[in-house]
Write a protein that binds this ligand. Structure first.
Ligand code: COA
Length: 325
């Protein structure tokens, strides 16, 4: 089917509301651990009334079949970006790349000057949409995943390794472990930056984990040598959809380079799951850079399944000067 692409206007509100409500419910069907607020049609109404802009795909008979809403973000770490957030894009199955290309051009172009990065969120259940974004030059950047805790390993231990909760007095140990993720991801094949100010902020944040009462940090030792850590924190309520019930987040994890592949991470995860279940949690969320093959393979093997992807497209400064004006 050929769609007519039109700027989003108040007259599209009704059908857009229906489509967004359907999309959000579909996302929670695929991942029931997400906040029940996703099922609430009044939230879609609030999102649409909140000053969004973009475009709609209209069928030959005049029905609204899809939309794409985008906003411009001035981010000190990421740079200037145009972003289509979660639930801001939908098209019928089989709509094809051309329809998405039309929406993408119409919604992103007006916001793109001096914004050389485009980002979109795509639900993991929508494989066709994902392929269409890839067809438009996007690549996968971040994977958001979940797992029921009851389905995760709880009894993996390695001889000679002790795991315990971090406590007051562990500040220096935690600070020493704090750069593990950033330094690993600064290397190939992720090539994410690790600026000194970012690393300094991490050090301070990690020191505070020792006395953090919201969740728990775990440390693994062999003798006095710290081998790795994990921090498990309650999931903050989503500003729009509210809290996810019974959900904890495996927020950060790292093993010192010379101990990777010896069972440290697996033992920490196993212990973290036991602790989370004893505290009444039932599901766990985590996320990772898809190009970080250490974490991509590790978390998948621990049972985490993707529910959402963040995709990114970056423009060559020489080829497209307008993006850098
Ligand atoms: C990702 C990371 C935390 C994994 O920790 P790790 O201590 O290397 O993990 P483990 O040694 O427990 O597991 C690695 C693999 O070795 C296997 N393994 C290790 N020891 C084993 C043993 N004694 N018996 C069986 N399997 C073993 C594990 O099963 C696992 O394979 P699988 O994932 O296919 O099951 C670690 O690679 C790391 O610190 N990476 C850099 C920082 C980072 O990326 N952190 C995550 C950010 S999201």
């Amino acid at each position: 089917m050929r769609y007519r692409i039109e700027p989003y206007e108040p007259r599209h509100f009704g059908p857009a509301l229906e489509l967004m409500t359907k999309t959000r419910r579909r996302r929670r069907q695929a991942c029931p651990a997400l906040p029940p607020g996703l099922d609430d049609a009044s939230t879609s109404r609030r999102i649409l009334e909140g000053g969004i802009s973009g475009s709609v795909a209209v069928t030959p008979k005049g029905g609204v079949a899809g939309f794409l809403f985008a906003e411009r973000i001035e981010d000190p770490l990421w740079g200037n970006s145009v972003i289509a957030g979660v639930d801001r894009c939908t098209l019928p199955p089989g709509a094809g790349t051309a329809a998405l290309a039309g929406l993408y051009a119409a919604s992103f172009a007006p916001k793109t000057t001096a914004a050389p990065v485009h980002k979109v969120y795509c639900p993991a259940y929508d494989g066709a949409m994902l392929r269409n974004w890839f067809g438009l030059g996007f690549g996968m950047e971040q994977v958001y995943a979940w797992s029921p805790l009851a389905e995760m390993e709880r009894d993996f231990a390695t001889e000679g390794m002790a795991i315990r909760r971090a406590k007051k007095g562990d500040e220096d140990t935690l600070a020493g472990l704090s750069p593990l993720i950033a330094l690993s991801q600064a290397e190939a094949p992720v090539w994410a930056g690790a600026p000194p100010t970012y690393l300094a902020g991490l050090r301070e944040g990690f020191r505070e984990l020792a006395a953090d009462k919201r969740g728990y940090a775990l440390l693994a030792f062999r003798g006095r040598k710290a081998l790795g850590y994990q921090a498990w924190l309650p999931v903050a309520a989503n500003p729009i959809d509210g809290p996810a019930e019974g959900a904890i987040e495996l927020s950060v994890a790292g093993t010192v380079p010379d101990e990777r592949g010896t069972g440290v991470g697996r033992a920490l995860t196993s212990r973290g799951v036991v602790e989370a279940l004893s505290r009444g949690y039932s599901v766990c969320f985590t996320d990772w850079r898809s190009a970080n093959f250490l974490s991509s393979s590790f978390w998948t093997a621990r049972g985490f399944r993707p529910y959402l992807y963040r995709l990114a497209r970056r423009f060559d400064p020489a080829a497209v000067p307008t993006f850098h004006a």
